[in-house]
Write a protein that binds this ligand. Structure first.
Ligand SMILES: NC(=O)NCCC[C@H](N)C(=O)O
Ligand SMILES: [Zn+2]
Length: 266
Protein backbone atom coordinates (compact mmCIF):
# COMPACT_ATOMS: atom_id res chain seq x y z
CA UNK A 1 0.00 0.00 0.00
CA UNK A 2 1.05 3.59 -0.59
CA UNK A 3 1.78 5.88 2.34
CA UNK A 4 3.53 9.23 2.73
CA UNK A 5 3.26 10.05 6.45
CA UNK A 6 4.10 8.18 9.66
CA UNK A 7 3.22 9.03 13.25
CA UNK A 8 5.97 7.97 15.67
CA UNK A 9 6.72 8.83 19.28
CA UNK A 10 9.76 9.13 21.51
CA UNK A 11 10.55 6.47 24.12
CA UNK A 12 10.13 7.40 27.79
CA UNK A 13 12.79 5.97 30.13
CA UNK A 14 9.90 4.60 32.23
CA UNK A 15 9.40 1.92 29.54
CA UNK A 16 12.40 0.04 30.90
CA UNK A 17 10.92 -0.55 34.35
CA UNK A 18 7.22 -0.10 33.77
CA UNK A 19 6.51 -1.16 30.19
CA UNK A 20 3.79 -3.82 30.00
CA UNK A 21 5.18 -7.31 29.33
CA UNK A 22 3.67 -10.71 28.71
CA UNK A 23 4.35 -12.84 31.78
CA UNK A 24 6.99 -15.06 30.15
CA UNK A 25 9.19 -12.14 29.14
CA UNK A 26 11.72 -10.79 31.66
CA UNK A 27 14.95 -9.94 29.81
CA UNK A 28 16.54 -6.61 30.78
CA UNK A 29 16.52 -3.83 28.16
CA UNK A 30 19.74 -2.20 26.94
CA UNK A 31 18.59 1.44 26.87
CA UNK A 32 21.27 2.83 24.56
CA UNK A 33 20.71 0.06 22.05
CA UNK A 34 16.95 0.49 22.27
CA UNK A 35 17.24 4.19 21.46
CA UNK A 36 19.66 3.52 18.60
CA UNK A 37 17.35 0.93 17.08
CA UNK A 38 14.39 3.27 17.31
CA UNK A 39 16.34 6.12 15.70
CA UNK A 40 17.30 3.75 12.88
CA UNK A 41 13.63 2.95 12.42
CA UNK A 42 12.51 6.58 12.09
CA UNK A 43 15.57 7.39 9.93
CA UNK A 44 14.68 4.51 7.61
CA UNK A 45 11.14 5.86 7.25
CA UNK A 46 12.52 9.30 6.34
CA UNK A 47 15.02 7.81 3.89
CA UNK A 48 12.08 6.20 2.11
CA UNK A 49 10.55 9.64 1.65
CA UNK A 50 8.05 9.49 4.49
CA UNK A 51 7.12 12.57 6.48
CA UNK A 52 7.50 11.59 10.15
CA UNK A 53 5.29 13.30 12.73
CA UNK A 54 7.28 12.74 15.92
CA UNK A 55 5.28 13.00 19.13
CA UNK A 56 7.10 13.65 22.40
CA UNK A 57 7.74 10.83 24.87
CA UNK A 58 5.63 11.00 28.03
CA UNK A 59 7.17 9.51 31.19
CA UNK A 60 3.70 8.84 32.63
CA UNK A 61 2.90 6.63 29.60
CA UNK A 62 5.64 3.95 29.51
CA UNK A 63 4.36 2.23 26.34
CA UNK A 64 3.61 5.37 24.33
CA UNK A 65 6.29 4.62 21.70
CA UNK A 66 3.95 1.95 20.31
CA UNK A 67 1.84 4.46 18.40
CA UNK A 68 0.22 1.79 16.25
CA UNK A 69 -2.05 0.79 19.12
CA UNK A 70 -3.55 4.26 19.59
CA UNK A 71 -5.02 4.72 16.12
CA UNK A 72 -6.34 2.78 13.13
CA UNK A 73 -6.23 4.54 9.78
CA UNK A 74 -8.14 3.57 6.65
CA UNK A 75 -7.77 6.04 3.81
CA UNK A 76 -8.59 9.52 5.07
CA UNK A 77 -10.41 8.28 8.18
CA UNK A 78 -8.87 7.41 11.54
CA UNK A 79 -10.27 5.79 14.65
CA UNK A 80 -8.70 7.06 17.85
CA UNK A 81 -8.77 3.82 19.86
CA UNK A 82 -9.85 3.12 23.39
CA UNK A 83 -6.97 0.76 24.13
CA UNK A 84 -7.48 -2.53 25.90
CA UNK A 85 -5.08 -1.86 28.78
CA UNK A 86 -6.14 1.01 31.08
CA UNK A 87 -2.51 2.14 31.54
CA UNK A 88 -2.33 3.03 27.85
CA UNK A 89 -5.59 4.89 27.28
CA UNK A 90 -4.21 8.38 27.88
CA UNK A 91 -1.93 7.95 24.84
CA UNK A 92 -4.97 9.05 22.83
CA UNK A 93 -4.53 12.70 23.75
CA UNK A 94 -1.31 13.31 21.78
CA UNK A 95 -2.43 10.91 19.05
CA UNK A 96 -5.53 12.99 18.42
CA UNK A 97 -3.36 16.06 17.80
CA UNK A 98 -1.15 14.13 15.37
CA UNK A 99 -4.12 12.78 13.42
CA UNK A 100 -5.59 16.26 13.19
CA UNK A 101 -2.23 17.60 12.05
CA UNK A 102 -2.09 14.90 9.38
CA UNK A 103 -5.52 16.01 8.18
CA UNK A 104 -7.57 12.83 8.57
CA UNK A 105 -11.14 12.65 9.86
CA UNK A 106 -11.11 11.37 13.45
CA UNK A 107 -13.69 8.96 14.92
CA UNK A 108 -13.32 8.89 18.69
CA UNK A 109 -13.69 5.46 20.29
CA UNK A 110 -12.49 6.80 23.65
CA UNK A 111 -16.01 8.10 24.22
CA UNK A 112 -17.33 4.50 24.21
CA UNK A 113 -16.07 2.95 27.46
CA UNK A 114 -17.02 -0.65 26.56
CA UNK A 115 -15.33 -0.69 23.14
CA UNK A 116 -11.67 -1.68 23.06
CA UNK A 117 -9.14 -1.92 20.24
CA UNK A 118 -5.34 -1.98 20.13
CA UNK A 119 -4.11 -1.12 16.64
CA UNK A 120 -1.70 -4.08 16.89
CA UNK A 121 -4.75 -6.31 16.56
CA UNK A 122 -5.86 -4.69 13.31
CA UNK A 123 -4.81 -6.17 9.98
CA UNK A 124 -6.13 -3.90 7.20
CA UNK A 125 -5.78 -5.60 3.83
CA UNK A 126 -6.89 -2.66 1.69
CA UNK A 127 -10.49 -3.86 1.45
CA UNK A 128 -11.38 -5.43 4.79
CA UNK A 129 -10.15 -5.69 8.37
CA UNK A 130 -9.23 -8.73 10.42
CA UNK A 131 -9.10 -7.89 14.12
CA UNK A 132 -7.71 -9.97 16.94
CA UNK A 133 -10.21 -11.26 19.45
CA UNK A 134 -7.58 -10.83 22.15
CA UNK A 135 -6.97 -9.63 25.69
CA UNK A 136 -6.89 -6.10 24.27
CA UNK A 137 -9.57 -5.88 21.56
CA UNK A 138 -13.24 -6.87 21.79
CA UNK A 139 -16.39 -7.24 19.72
CA UNK A 140 -17.72 -3.76 20.49
CA UNK A 141 -14.40 -2.32 19.34
CA UNK A 142 -14.59 -4.32 16.10
CA UNK A 143 -18.12 -3.02 15.56
CA UNK A 144 -16.92 0.56 16.09
CA UNK A 145 -14.33 0.09 13.32
CA UNK A 146 -16.97 -1.39 11.00
CA UNK A 147 -19.32 1.58 11.54
CA UNK A 148 -16.55 4.18 11.19
CA UNK A 149 -14.90 2.81 8.05
CA UNK A 150 -17.86 1.11 6.37
CA UNK A 151 -15.83 -1.98 5.41
CA UNK A 152 -16.11 -5.61 6.57
CA UNK A 153 -14.47 -6.32 9.95
CA UNK A 154 -13.89 -9.94 11.06
CA UNK A 155 -12.75 -11.07 14.50
CA UNK A 156 -9.96 -13.68 14.57
CA UNK A 157 -9.09 -15.57 17.76
CA UNK A 158 -5.70 -14.74 19.31
CA UNK A 159 -4.53 -17.44 21.73
CA UNK A 160 -0.98 -17.01 23.05
CA UNK A 161 0.41 -13.78 21.63
CA UNK A 162 -0.39 -10.20 22.56
CA UNK A 163 -1.98 -9.11 19.28
CA UNK A 164 -3.12 -10.53 15.95
CA UNK A 165 -0.13 -8.85 14.30
CA UNK A 166 2.27 -10.51 16.75
CA UNK A 167 1.94 -13.41 14.26
CA UNK A 168 1.11 -11.80 10.91
CA UNK A 169 1.12 -8.65 8.78
CA UNK A 170 0.65 -7.55 5.15
CA UNK A 171 3.60 -8.36 2.88
CA UNK A 172 2.03 -6.99 -0.27
CA UNK A 173 -1.26 -6.72 -2.12
CA UNK A 174 -3.55 -9.47 -0.80
CA UNK A 175 -0.47 -11.24 0.58
CA UNK A 176 -0.30 -12.04 4.29
CA UNK A 177 2.94 -13.06 5.99
CA UNK A 178 2.23 -15.30 8.95
CA UNK A 179 4.13 -17.45 11.44
CA UNK A 180 4.37 -21.14 10.68
CA UNK A 181 3.49 -22.22 14.23
CA UNK A 182 0.27 -23.40 15.84
CA UNK A 183 -1.02 -19.86 16.44
CA UNK A 184 -0.19 -18.59 12.96
CA UNK A 185 -1.78 -21.63 11.33
CA UNK A 186 -4.94 -21.25 13.35
CA UNK A 187 -5.11 -17.52 12.50
CA UNK A 188 -4.68 -18.36 8.80
CA UNK A 189 -7.61 -20.78 9.02
CA UNK A 190 -9.70 -18.13 10.74
CA UNK A 191 -8.83 -15.55 8.11
CA UNK A 192 -9.63 -17.91 5.22
CA UNK A 193 -12.98 -18.81 6.78
CA UNK A 194 -13.99 -15.17 7.35
CA UNK A 195 -12.47 -13.42 4.33
CA UNK A 196 -14.49 -11.79 1.57
CA UNK A 197 -11.40 -11.60 -0.68
CA UNK A 198 -8.82 -14.26 -1.32
CA UNK A 199 -5.32 -13.98 0.09
CA UNK A 200 -1.97 -15.65 -0.44
CA UNK A 201 -0.23 -16.73 2.77
CA UNK A 202 3.54 -16.65 3.14
CA UNK A 203 4.52 -18.79 6.15
CA UNK A 204 7.78 -17.99 7.95
CA UNK A 205 9.51 -20.09 10.65
CA UNK A 206 10.31 -17.15 12.99
CA UNK A 207 7.31 -15.65 14.79
CA UNK A 208 8.98 -12.25 15.07
CA UNK A 209 9.75 -12.15 11.35
CA UNK A 210 6.02 -12.40 10.61
CA UNK A 211 5.65 -8.74 11.58
CA UNK A 212 6.92 -6.55 8.74
CA UNK A 213 6.18 -3.01 7.60
CA UNK A 214 5.37 -3.03 3.92
CA UNK A 215 4.79 0.30 2.16
CA UNK A 216 5.44 1.83 -1.26
CA UNK A 217 8.46 -0.07 -2.65
CA UNK A 218 9.96 -1.06 0.72
CA UNK A 219 9.55 -3.73 3.34
CA UNK A 220 11.06 -3.39 6.82
CA UNK A 221 11.86 -6.74 8.37
CA UNK A 222 13.41 -7.47 11.78
CA UNK A 223 17.14 -8.24 11.57
CA UNK A 224 18.48 -11.66 12.49
CA UNK A 225 16.10 -14.11 10.83
CA UNK A 226 17.92 -15.35 7.70
CA UNK A 227 15.60 -18.28 6.96
CA UNK A 228 12.54 -16.05 7.08
CA UNK A 229 14.34 -13.38 5.03
CA UNK A 230 14.93 -15.87 2.24
CA UNK A 231 11.27 -16.79 2.15
CA UNK A 232 10.32 -13.11 2.08
CA UNK A 233 12.75 -12.45 -0.81
CA UNK A 234 11.16 -15.28 -2.78
CA UNK A 235 7.69 -13.84 -2.26
CA UNK A 236 8.05 -10.17 -3.13
CA UNK A 237 8.54 -8.41 -6.47
CA UNK A 238 12.13 -7.85 -7.57
CA UNK A 239 11.80 -4.06 -7.30
CA UNK A 240 10.88 -4.13 -3.60
CA UNK A 241 13.73 -3.23 -1.26
CA UNK A 242 14.16 -5.14 1.99
CA UNK A 243 15.46 -3.08 4.93
CA UNK A 244 16.55 -5.09 7.98
CA UNK A 245 16.06 -3.25 11.28
CA UNK A 246 17.28 -4.36 14.70
CA UNK A 247 14.38 -4.70 17.12
CA UNK A 248 15.88 -6.81 19.89
CA UNK A 249 15.18 -4.30 22.66
CA UNK A 250 11.59 -3.15 22.10
CA UNK A 251 10.85 -6.79 21.37
CA UNK A 252 11.50 -7.48 25.09
CA UNK A 253 8.38 -5.46 25.87
CA UNK A 254 6.44 -7.24 23.11
CA UNK A 255 6.94 -4.50 20.52
CA UNK A 256 7.38 -5.43 16.89
CA UNK A 257 8.12 -3.32 13.81
CA UNK A 258 4.58 -2.28 12.90
CA UNK A 259 3.98 -1.08 16.49
CA UNK A 260 6.17 1.98 16.24
CA UNK A 261 4.29 3.86 13.52
CA UNK A 262 0.85 4.76 12.25
CA UNK A 263 1.03 4.98 8.46
CA UNK A 264 -1.16 7.44 6.55
CA UNK A 265 -1.55 8.55 2.97
CA UNK A 266 -2.63 12.18 2.89
N1 LIG B 1 1.18 -2.97 18.26
C1 LIG B 1 1.91 -3.64 19.12
O1 LIG B 1 2.24 -4.77 18.90
N2 LIG B 1 2.23 -3.04 20.24
C2 LIG B 1 3.06 -3.60 21.23
C3 LIG B 1 2.69 -3.08 22.57
C4 LIG B 1 3.61 -3.56 23.64
C5 LIG B 1 3.31 -2.99 25.00
N3 LIG B 1 4.33 -3.36 25.93
C6 LIG B 1 1.96 -3.46 25.50
O2 LIG B 1 1.90 -4.52 26.12
O3 LIG B 1 0.97 -2.78 25.28
ZN1 LIG C 1 3.45 -5.21 17.41
Amino acid sequence: MEYNTAICRGIPTSLIENGLRLENNHSPIDEALMRRQHDQYTDALKKCGMKVIQLPADETLPDCVFTEDAAVVVGKKAVLTNQGHPARRAEAKEMRKALEQAGVEVFDMTEEPDSHVDGGDVLFTGSEIFIGDSKRSNKAGAEFLRKSFGIPVHQIKVDEGLHLKSNCSMLGLNKIIISNDKDGKSMARGIIAAAENSYTFVFVPDIKASNVVSFNKTVFIPAGYPKSREIIEDNIAKDIEIVELGNTELSKVDGCLTCCSVLINV
